[in-house]
Design a protein around this ligand. Sequence first.
Ligand code: B12
Length: 504
Amino acid sequence: MGLVSLYALENNGVRHLSAVLRGAGWSVTEVYFKDWVNNHFPWPAEREIDALIELLREQGVSVIGLSVRASAFHRVAAHITHRLRAALGLRVIWGGMHPTFQPERCIAIADAIAVGEVDLAVVDYFLALEAGGSGAGLPGFWVREGDEIVRADLAPLVDLATLPFRDYHTQLDKWSIEGDRVQQGDPFISNPEFTVLASRGCPYWTCTFCSNTVTKPLTEGLGPTFRIRPVEDLICELEAVRALCPDIKVVRFDDEVFPLHPAWIAELAEKWPQRVGLPFEVLVDPRMVREAPLRQLKAAGLRALCMGIQASERVNRELYHRPVSDAQIIEAQRIFRAVGVRSNLQLIWDDPMSTEADKDSLFRLLMALEQPFELYLFGLTLYPETHLARRLLREGWVTEADIEGLHTRAFEQFRVDLSYPRPAADQRWLALIVLLNKRLLPKSLIWKLYASEALRADPRPLVAFAQGANLVKMSAVVAELLRDGELSPLLLRRWLNPRSLVTM
Ligand code: B12
């Protein structure tokens, strides 16, 4: 069978499924079809789709699975599905977060879809296909037979300890397609940054912009939604991967929030240095930041962490249902400084509800934080069916065209770009925010820029200054990555996009 990852070289889903399916005795052709580029969404060229068709034909696959993670891929996935079906006459099955979010919309195009987690359920489904059936009625799969759609319940949530490790060792059955290149072998194996999940789900899950507001209600009663892998299991995977990929320089934990349970942290802190010994980075929530576990992690190799601030206290509470106080954020940043880990603080810009007063209070919060810190600014993306998208639609703030699926904002303004058209008042706030954490600029200067009536009336000089500071910062970051051997062609391709320079 052929498993195709759309615009994602990492794709945990495809790697888990191929490991399970190979373990059950099937031969799987994994194809990494194009990679994602930051703030740019290149539609596939016809020659790339032709190359995909040829490859799947040559490999003799009998069924095609398409992994559609982001809703922004809906239209491209539909286009590729039609082309594959017409050329090869094979069944095309979609899986990933997008069909889980919008099953009805996806089953109208694919022959079958996987809804929710199917790490283990996939075996029964493919056994059914092998036996000449359609898999209709099997948990986790919806099947379309002509005009009839057979819907099924979700499969039980998996116990993470029972899963095989993601497949990084197979080389001959893996391919990547980008432009004119069809390359055999794992396209991610030489990347200096290795990504891994220590958990699935989120202990908070109420943030209205997030997928968990969709999946949590769907999976009620199917097992615990927030699951943490046993430390030993995680360490064994990392040991195996290190042996395979000697180029790894840093491990990034992609968990929605990194588990900070005391016993789990203690075991990780004890085992990591001897058995993995690489620096690592995690993502935390301000509500869980405590000094003691972070000190243990720092001693084990924690070098940086990401933490979402998102917006002003009011907007976080009223729009995002994320009750975090400014005091909690100030205290978390104090702890990061005390422990000595780099902090990357994340903001969500472009929501329709923040007033000038909200933006002012967010600016003041950022000015009150202990320096240094990095700031990552993201443009608000509305994923279909999330609590936030439903509310903004219901209240008339946005239209269907603003929701991912019709929109592809997750790619066009994922990281905020100062040259993107925005109202002048927002340009001023963004420029001030970009400048406020630049080490060479004293706070007194930022306050002067903030107070300037001339810049309030016409922020263009301020924006130009911020763009300049941003470029200097970006050069420094590139130089640092180069020095540490962490600058990969992949990173350059994804982030250094001259058409949309992200703010740093
Ligand atoms: C980690 C993560 C990432 C990592 C991925 C690392 C990796 N190694 O894969 C990184 C940082 C690279 C990333 C990038 C992006 N991400 Co992301 N990511 C996640 C996160 C937190 C977990 C994903 C994961 O690995 N889950 C574990 C795996 C095993 O699950 P899975 O991929 O869903 O696969 C399972 C099933 O879906 C199914 N399945 C998957 N594919 C297939 C295919 C077939 C044929 C079948 C049968 C089944 C099947 O089986 C798998 C096993 O159960 C999710 C949130 C979430 N809870 O899912 C967001 C999430 C998926 N990401 C999201 C988005 C938007 C993005 C970006 C577009 C953001 C951006 N602009 O950078 C990019 C897109 C990259 C891409 N091209 O896919 C959104 C998607 C929302 C939506 N509806 O569009 C989510 C849901 C987060 C959110 N905001 O709510 N992401």
